[in-house]
Design a protein around this ligand. Sequence first.
Ligand code: SAM
Length: 281
Amino acid sequence: MTEWAREELHPDHAQSLRVERLHYDSETGHQRLRVFENPTFGRVLTLDGVVQTTEGDNFIYHEMMTHVPILAHGGARRVCIVGGGDGGMAREVLKHATVEHVTMVEIDAGVVEFSKRYLPTLSQGAFDDPRLELVIADGAEFMRGTKGGFDVIIVDSTDPLGPGEVLFTDTFYGHAKRALNDDGILVTQNGVPFLQGSELTNTMRAFRALFVDSTCYLATIPTYAGGPMAFGWGTDGDGRRTPTDVLKGRFDASGISTDYYNPAVHVASFALPGYVSRLIP
Ligand code: SAM
């Protein structure tokens, strides 16, 4: 009998992924953690029943949340990742030889240990990179107390449910702003606007009060169902106006090969359709 993993993140919409083989299913103390095999998406990680990442389409999400801010910044040396327990975000950040230090603040050690074992293609050795400092803590607590000094902060959290909820608050955003260096850039996983529009509006309202430049950019990740996903963007710098040819020079110099990100896609990702731009106050 075919088993399906049903995700019910939204009140009026659900998605199901076929479970060809269940690799792991357990409580971590923070969340229920499952990994199963799907013929199309490969290994799928869910937390509390919500798709977090898949082997098949994670490249879109992780490339766009890392190379956009880092290449727009042009001189990012110190990066902070909040969440990101599967290691995919760290994998992409650490591809930049110019990045000297990555602080990754993950609340659930179980996700890290588990991802190393069951999802090695996500982190691809990132956890062994000497530049990575792994901090097991609540990202909100960390941000409140950190001395900061980050050029880019990437919030790769779960949705605003359970432990992830505190990462969608004005207080957290204010502390993140304070932790940024001059011209630093904050990017956030901000859900699928078609189904989670109020989350984007709330974040953008907070960002408008905190940053000179606040907006979002888009990319479509098949298993984050409901259309394009929004990534919150906040900075006092002018990184968003970096010309395509300058981005190309930086991208070429990085020597990084990608399957989704490129400078033209980078620039185009900030072009917002009406139904999204109308969600930004
Ligand atoms: N790409 C996924 C998405 O868009 O939903 C997120 C993937 S990653 C697995 C999400 C991580 O955020 C999880 O490892 C979870 O444990 C972590 N997390 C949730 N709340 C957190 C908090 N308050 N502080 C730090 N990490 C948190």
